[in-house]
Design a protein around this ligand. Structure first.
Ligand code: SDX
Length: 431
């Protein structure tokens, strides 16, 4: 932690308390309140953690006002344009860009961990065919702790590393199996001769009855989507993984908790909700009605894929995703995609409206991703599982970082109690 001699003074009922401050590499200073309750007998109050730093981290930095996202200091647009997902995984896990031989060794290791224990296939058959793939992923990933006992001891550095490899490698296999099961097609085993993104497309879209050739441009677009979703500081699902891990839970249980949190429509579920919203709008002439609903305080409707807790400018991932949408649709010869047309018109209408500009609501990572994924052949139910498999490296990197943090302790927030005062039990005959 970058320390400073700066302090903050808090005065309560005439009593002053000096609180140390810490300065980061980038971003706002923090006021260290760890001793506040012991000194002043008060809690701080921050539902939703809008002004709270939960940890130190060296992995990802977001400048919400400038619309900047960096992983280990490298801007996301450069990584999306010049790197590829497994190299970004190495960067997130180890903190530096690998040399060629290091990258090759890492990719070989991940490739050789892509199969899942054959007995785990039985789990899928216990679900209804129409189960949402996220339900299947939560269940199967949690069940990994019942199969990979040799990588659940979080006190063992090597076991932590093997668990990381297994989670990153097996998530696409599990997501693809959840998809295949939901459409009644046979599972497709991973292939070691395909790269990470091509392997996922192959496991999703190939069938035993015929050869399936992965289009390298689609594989590149898929890989870029993985990269754009890899990590994002202390978002809700990453904070869930960190909180679960703080109790000493095994990595598979922690990531299953992260998947469950990501599923929500306010978080990773927004990509599915956004495409469904764009289809419900249907045509550009319907946009004003939906803009009005999004602005109406009495209407719970929100523009899905819009707004962000941290970004008060364009989400840099949305910019790259928008370019990718044009490229993929052009490649697929889908030149008059009505959904993309509605998305672009909706973005323009919203950004011309003071309600959105004054509240600094811009398109986020989920606004365009669904258009690409649908064009690639995925049903909307697979959008969030793809987000989950992409984010696994972020969850795992943050999980590893927390375990090596000497300050780590179990996460246990307090509360502002507004309930009943102390009172005696009343027997039922006297109520
Ligand atoms: C992700 O945290 C991360 O990093 C997440 C993520 C990641 O990579 O991990 O970036 C991925 O989850 C992206 C966000 C996906 N979710 C959505 O697209 C769902 C729609 N967006 C909103 O629900 C909302 O913007 C959130 C949840 C994303 C952020 O909510 P906040 O920061 O708690 O903001 P808020 O709800 O307090 O809203 C502030 C104001 C409110 O109006 P007032 O009460 O101040 O008058 O803005 C309004 C809100 O009503 N508002 C919206 C809106 N989002 C916020 N109004 C209309 N449409 C929207 N989308």
């Amino acid at each position: 932690m970058a320390d400073t001699t700066k302090t903050a003074t808090l005065t309560i009922d005439g009593e002053s308390y000096e609180l140390p401050m810490h300065s980061p590499t980038a971003g706002p200073d923090v006021v260290d309140i760890r001793k506040l309750y012991g000194q002043a007998g008060v809690f701080t109050y921050d539902p939703g953690f809008t002004s709270t730093a939960s940890c130190d981290s060296t992995i990802t930095y977001i400048d919400g006002d400038a619309g900047i996202l960096t992983h280990r200091g490298y801007p996301i647009d450069q990584l999306a344009g010049k790197s590829h997902y497994l190299e970004v995984c190495f960067l997130l896990l180890y903190g530096y860009l690998p040399k060629a031989e290091e990258l090759e060794a890492f990719e070989t290791t991940v490739t050789r961990h892509t199969m899942i224990h054959e007995q785990m296939h039985n789990f899928f058959r216990g679900f209804r065919r129409d189960a949402h793939p996220m339900a299947t992923m939560v269940g199967v990933v949690g069940a990994m702790s019942a199969f990979y006992h040799d990588s659940t001891d979080i006190s063992d550095e090597r076991q932590r590393e093997i668990a990381s490899f297994r989670l990153i490698a097996k998530m696409p296999t599990i997501a693809a199996m959840a998809y295949k099961y939901s459409i009644g097609q046979p599972f497709v085993y991973p292939r070691n001769d395909l790269d990470y993104a091509a392997n996922f497309l192959h496991m999703c879209f190939s069938v035993p009855a015929e050869e399936y050739h992965v289009d390298p441009i689609l594989a590149r677009a898929m890989d870029r989507i993985f990269t754009l979703h890899a990590d994002h500081e202390q978002n809700a699902s990453t904070s869930t993984v960190r909180l679960a891990s703080s109790s000493g839970a095994n990595p598979f249980a922690c990531v299953a908790a992260g998947i469950a949190c990501l599923w929500g429509p306010a978080h990773g579920g927004a990509n599915q909700a956004c495409l469904e919203m764009l289809k419900e709008i249907g045509t550009p002439d319907q946009i004003p009605e939906y803009i009005a609903r999004a602005k109406d305080k009495n209407d719970p409707f929100r523009l899905m894929g819009f707004g962000h807790r941290v970004y008060k400018n364009f989400d840099p991932r949305a910019k790259v995703m928008k370019q990718s949408a044009d490229e993929v649709l052009d490649l697929l010869g889908v030149d008059d995609n009505p959904t993309l047309q509605v998305a672009k018109e909706l973005e323009k209408a919203a950004l011309d409206d003071p309600y959105f500009t004054e509240k600094k609501l811009f398109p986020n990572v989920d606004f365009y991703s669904g258009i690409i994924l649908e064009a690639m052949g995925f049903p909307t139910s697979m959008f969030t599982p793809i987000f989950a498999l992409s984010r696994t490296v972020g969850w795992v990197s943050q999980w590893k970082e927390q375990l090596s943090d000497p300050q780590m302790k179990i996460g246990r927030p307090r509360q502002l109690y507004q309930g009943a005062d102390l009172r005696d039990y009343v027997d039922i005959e006297n109520r």
